[in-house]
Structure formats: C-alpha cells, structure tokens
Write a protein that binds this ligand. Structure first.
Ligand SMILES: Nc1ncnc2c1ncn2[C@@H]1O[C@H](COP(=O)(O)OP(=O)(O)OP(=O)(O)O)[C@@H](O)[C@H]1O
Ligand SMILES: [Mg+2]
Length: 232
C-alpha cells in the first residue's frame, strides 16, 4: 500500500519584497513536489538556493505568493490563526539560527519543559539532554551555552514537542563529527517512529542517509532521487 503524502506542493512561487524598492527577489519558483508522511527527506542545494524558504513554506509560516500547499490532503488555510494552530499541534521547526527556537534567559531544562508544554506533553529533560550529548547542562542558562550546544538544544526542544512532522534547517552546521552523531542518531529514532523528517543540509552525512533527496538551485527543484531505503 502506498501511503498518502503529508505535503503536496503545486506550482509554488515565493517572492520577497525588497524594502524601499519595487524589486522582488525569488525565493522559490514553480516548485511542485510531495513529501511522504514518514522517512527522511533532505533538501540540498547551495547557499541562497531556497532551502530555508521551502522549509518556511512547509512549516506553514510562509504562505506562497502563488501556488497551492496541501497538508494531510487539505489545502492550507490562508487564515494565519488556523495555520498557527496547525503548526503548534503538528509541526516542529528547528530554525537555521538556534536561538530562534530558544528563550535565552531561561535554563536549558525550562526551555525543554516549555517546548513540551506547547503540545501538552511531558518531557524528561535529562534523558533528552543525554541523547544529544548535553548531559549535565540542564541548570545552565541558554545564553551560557556554545553555538553547537544551542544547536543541539534547539533540536532537543523540537523532539520534546513530539510532533508528527519535524523540519530542521541545517541542524548539524555548527557541529563536529561527534556532536553531529547525536543529531543523526536522533533523526534515525524519529524515522523509526514514523515521523516525517525534512532537513535542509549541505552535510554529506545527512544527504547519504536521506530516503529522498531533493536538489534545489536558484529557487527551483532541479533533481529528486530516492536514497538508501529504496536502494536496499
Ligand atoms: N526575508 C527575506 N527577504 C528577502 N529575500 C529573502 C528573504 N529570505 C530569503 N531571501 C532570498 O531568497 C533566496 C533564497 O534564500 P534562502 O534563505 O531560502 O536560501 P538557503 O538555500 O536557505 O541559503 P543558505 O544555505 O545560505 O541558508 C535568496 O536569494 C535570499 O536572498
Ligand atoms: Mg538557509
């Protein structure tokens, strides 16, 4: 049985206005694709190609300028309130800048509790921190962590929300091999749990694990191929 895709995008354009001019910058152009409701989809492409823009569309933050986005078979509402409700319930987004996920003046543990509460879950901060190689940091302020530690904490906060969709924007960009290994392992667990994981990355360690890789260039999808699951 073929499972229904969780996302269906048709002819999606995103244009950005340039402040104080009449110019428009293309973020995405004529993007048509589907994302399966489980497995790891990797968005790969050079800097400025539109990876973060596509993740913002998938996270329902960014309504397209033109085209249609369907989530779980239904066209996504133009109402910001409804999109926000759907996002809160079903979609986790790890931003490219980890502090966008975090509350700097709170402790590491309180950030995890706050994230879990947003979807009415309970979490065990110590277990999540151990999984991401952050054991012993629970009482620290976020602002006192290194960039790589903040990046792993942002990922842990998204895990704490236990959403059926996890989107992550370059989640290993600031990590050495050892620290990246924790994030890669956490992604494998999500995938085994049947979560739809979509990651933007240049990182070959992630690209080679993708069940699907979507290559983007200048806002367009230029290639799509199946990854290791289908090659087995
Ligand atoms: N808020 C914005 N306002 C104006 N232009 C934007 C905005 N965000 C993105 N863009 C433009 O859209 C295009 C795609 O940007 P995007 O951030 O999606 O690329 P990216 O692939 O994520 O790049 P990187 O690998 O550097 O993170 C770029 O030309 C960029 O300048
Ligand atoms: Mg980006």
């Amino acid at each position: 049985m073929t499972e229904s895709p969780i996302y269906e995008l048709e002819a999606v354009d995103v244009e950005y206005a340039v402040p104080s001019t009449s110019e428009r910058v293309t973020g995405l152009h004529d993007v048509t694709l589907t994302i399966p409701s489980s497995g790891l989809t990797v968005l790969a492409g050079p800097s400025g190609s539109g990876k973060s823009t596509l993740l913002r569309v998938l996270s329902l933050f960014q309504p397209p300028t033109r085209g249609t986005v369907k989530f779980r078979g239904a066209v996504v509402s133009s109402s910001a309130r409804r999109r926000r409700a759907l996002r809160r319930e079903a979609i986790g987004l790890v931003f490219q800048t980890p502090l966008d996920n975090l509350v700097p003046h709170l402790s590491v543990s309180d950030n995890l509790h706050a994230a879990a509460q947003s979807t009415r879950h309970r979490c065990d901060p110590d277990a999540l921190l151990d999984r991401l190689g952050l054991g012993g940091t629970g009482a620290s302020r976020v602002a006192a962590l290194s960039g790589g530690q903040q990046q792993r904490l942002a990922f842990a906060c998204t895990l704490a929300r236990r959403t059926p969709v996890v989107l992550a924007d370059e989640p290993t960009s600031q990590l050495d091999d050892g620290s990246a290994g924790h994030v890669l392992d956490a992604i494998e667990v999500l995938r085994a749990e049947g979560v739809a994981v979509v990651v933007a990355s240049h990182d070959e360690r992630l690209i080679e694990r993708g069940s699907r890789v979507i290559r983007i260039r200048s806002g367009r999808v230029v290639a799509e191929h199946s990854g290791r699951e289908e090659r087995r």
